[in-house]
Design a protein around this ligand. Sequence first.
Ligand SMILES: Nc1ncnc2c1ncn2[C@@H]1O[C@H](COP(=O)(O)OP(=O)(O)OP(=O)(O)O)[C@@H](O)[C@H]1O
Length: 270
Amino acid sequence: MSRLAVSNLSASLGGNPVLKDIAISVSPGEFVGLIGPNGAGKSTLLRACLGLIPSSGEILLGGTDLRRMAPAELALHIAYVAQDRDIAWPITVEVLVDLGRQPHRGAFARSAIADHEAVEAALQRMDIGKLRSRRATDLSGGEKARVLIARALAQQADLLLADEPVAGLDPAHQIALMQVFRDLTRQGTSVVASMHDLGLAARWCDRLVLLESGRIVADGAPAELLTADLLRRVYGIEAYVADVAGGLIVQPTRLAQTGIEQGISRDSTA
Ligand SMILES: Nc1ncnc2c1ncn2[C@@H]1O[C@H](COP(=O)(O)OP(=O)(O)OP(=O)(O)O)[C@@H](O)[C@H]1O
């Protein structure tokens, strides 16, 4: 059975249709990359899959419509990393990551050993052990991002939805995060992450789902989906695409002619 099964999903924001007849299913242990141009609807789809915005259609989590699940139950099954990395409270990194354990215990219960281990594992996975006593509000952008991802990892949900989780991370931490996601999926967790870095998406995701103007226009294995033709049509870019022994390489090189038609200015020397 799919861990997440979405069908006929449509949603409007501010009176405008933003998601149109979306169908997507995610299996246990799958790492799905959600790609598409700015404004395509990636964040909205993730938020709809959390029940955060009104939508029509079906969103099944392990066979149950998640809109009928209580928030506390939902939090045991889905973890979410939002695109917005604002941290308002000057609490320590360790305390913030520990908030990810909240669904597993009563609000005032003492941390159990399992909670402690989950927090330690999340701190190590995101390479923020040495930041544990720092105030989260004092961290750099990339450090804050890693702390918020660690909080979601500590939740140990079987489905992780992450909105542009690599944004702001340096190359080493981007690759490390992809490795963390792959390791999690190999242990049975499902991960759906929106991404703009097509090279990382190509190399690490099991499957890519491409959104354009609120519709899914392609869904498949990276090597089948990421063709130069499709990238030109959807993103208006030329890209170097090569399937080599070490894995798929996708490197955007310049704007395509269609980029101009879409209103994107182009540096003719590029
Ligand atoms: N609250 C809102 N009211 C009206 N329109 C909205 C609202 N939130 C988002 N939108 C619109 O919905 C569309 C999809 O937005 P969404 O944030 O899901 O795109 P995205 O694919 O995640 O983009 P990006 O890559 O820029 O993060 C956009 O056109 C956006 O302007």
